[in-house]
Design a protein around this ligand. Structure first.
Ligand code: ATP
Ligand code: MG
Length: 385
């Protein structure tokens, strides 16, 4: 790859992908595809340069929009806005000096250097030493403790990249590299966070949302559409089954204190059916141990009795405050707390806390759950993006 001197570029690193040995190239290809899709509509070019991706922008580009979109792409470990220099001590020194001089607010700095091309006549220690001298001359304290900013130099055969204060990327794995997950998505706080964790580990989302409305249009007019949109900023594609709950409700109401556990058992059965159809290998929920009546160890166990796919609950050990912190960070919180006609909220009180698996199985049989799953799925609306 060719570089001019003094070009400003966005440099992306993909840390964790290196752990993946043989599959590395597939992962990087997927990451490149995902970045291009997430930046659709922006002006940029993207090229791979060894263990980094280089984004070049132009006059038409909205650099802030590009940077903020990149921060949401899973599989990127670091995002740096860097300036190029000749890969020589003199070239690096001149570029670093210019960069430091333009940042008068910086009074102390940590200087790091990495050299991936080992045949150059100088090494990283030489770079750091030289740049420390330059910083001192400019009245900036080069220190490794209590520094205000960091200057990173990355030297390759073709160019050196120099940046101040790179940002951590979203981390995780490129969406799609782990296959698909069926995610039970309510309108609440927890399940959108669980969906984010699923995507973070490389899973493509297939949502199921069970609603208490007359038709799916009413459900889609509500907050669930907004949640899909926010979650789409982390990966633009999803499939979503918008499913009515009335068929289930018509036959479960007579089971009073088991209603909530039966509802969860029903949802997991729907999820397993959808997973088979969609080729998904895992089911995700936003459950956290002991948070509500349906989430005691006994009830979690009774609900998933007979389900063959793994039911993954990334929030299982989280306190509500911890979940809320993530929900705020990913932008779903404000939508999640808006009032909503939730299927769970219309259930009767005094739910059983320690349902037995056999009892749940027996009640599901009495309800003819298989037929309810089939009919509910037939009545559901599939939306895709
Ligand atoms: P959440 O904030 O995600 O709604 P919660 O604390 O309200 O969670 P529950 O209502 O017991 O807990 O739901 C537990 C999990 O069951 C949810 O995290 C979600 O995965 C699934 N779930 C609940 N309601 C629905 C729904 N209407 N449609 C699809 N999945 C649901
Ligand atoms: Mg809920």
């Amino acid at each position: 790859m060719q570089f001019k001197e003094n070009e400003t570029l966005i440099v992306l690193r993909f840390g964790e992908l290196w752990l993946k040995g043989r599959n590395r190239n597939d992962y990087i290809r997927r990451l490149v595809k995902n970045i291009k899709e997430q930046l659709a509509g922006e002006h940029f070019t993207l090229e791979r340069h060894f263990d980094r991706l280089i984004i070049r922008t132009n006059k038409k580009s909205d650099n802030d929009a590009i940077l903020s979109k990149l921060k949401n792409v899973f599989g990127i470990s670091r995002v740096e806005v860097a300036v190029t220099a000749k890969p020589t001590l003199a070239g690096i020194s001149a570029a670093a000096k210019k960069m430091l001089s333009s940042r008068k607010e910086i009074k102390s700095i940590r200087i790091n250097s990495h050299r991936s091309y080992k045949l150059l006549p100088f090494n990283s220690v030489d770079v750091v030493k030289r740049l420390r001298e330059i910083a001192e001359k400019l009245g900036i304290d080069p220190t490794t403790k209590g520094y205000q900013a960091e200057l990173n130099v990355s030297v390759t055969k073709d160019a050196a990249f120099i940046s101040i204060d790179g940002q951590r990327g979203a981390g995780g794995l490129p969406v799609g590299t782990s296959g698909k997950a069926v995610i039970l998505l309510s309108g609440g706080i927890d399940s959108p966070v669980a969906a984010w964790y699923a995507m973070k580990r490389g899973l493509e989302p297939v949502y199921i949302h069970l609603h208490a409305f007359q038709d799916s249009k009413q459900a889609l007019d509500g907050k669930v559409t907004e949640l899909f949109a926010i979650l789409s900023s982390f990966y633009p594609h999803y499939r979503a089954y918008i499913m009515p709950s009335h068929l289930f409700q018509a036959s479960s109401f007579k089971f009073g204190k088991y209603e909530l556990v039966l509802l969860k058992a029903f949802m997991l059965r729907v999820a397993e059916r959808v997973a088979t159809k969609e080729g998904a290998k895992v089911i995700f929920t936003g459950e956290s141990l002991g948070q509500v009546a349906s989430q005691t160890p006994e009830n979690l166990s009774a609900e998933q009795y007979g389900i063959k796919l793994p039911v993954l609950r990334p929030l299982i050990g989280y306190d509500k405050e911890e979940i809320i912190k993530v929900a705020k960070a990913i932008g779903t919180f404000d939508v999640s707390i808006r009032p909503y006609r939730d299927v769970c909220s219309i259930k009767s009180r005094n739910q059983k806390l320690n349902s037995k698996e056999e009892k749940v199985e027996e009640l599901l049989g009495k309800m003819q759950i298989k037929s309810i799953v089939t009919r509910s799925l037939n009545a559901s609306k599939l939306i895709t993006a």
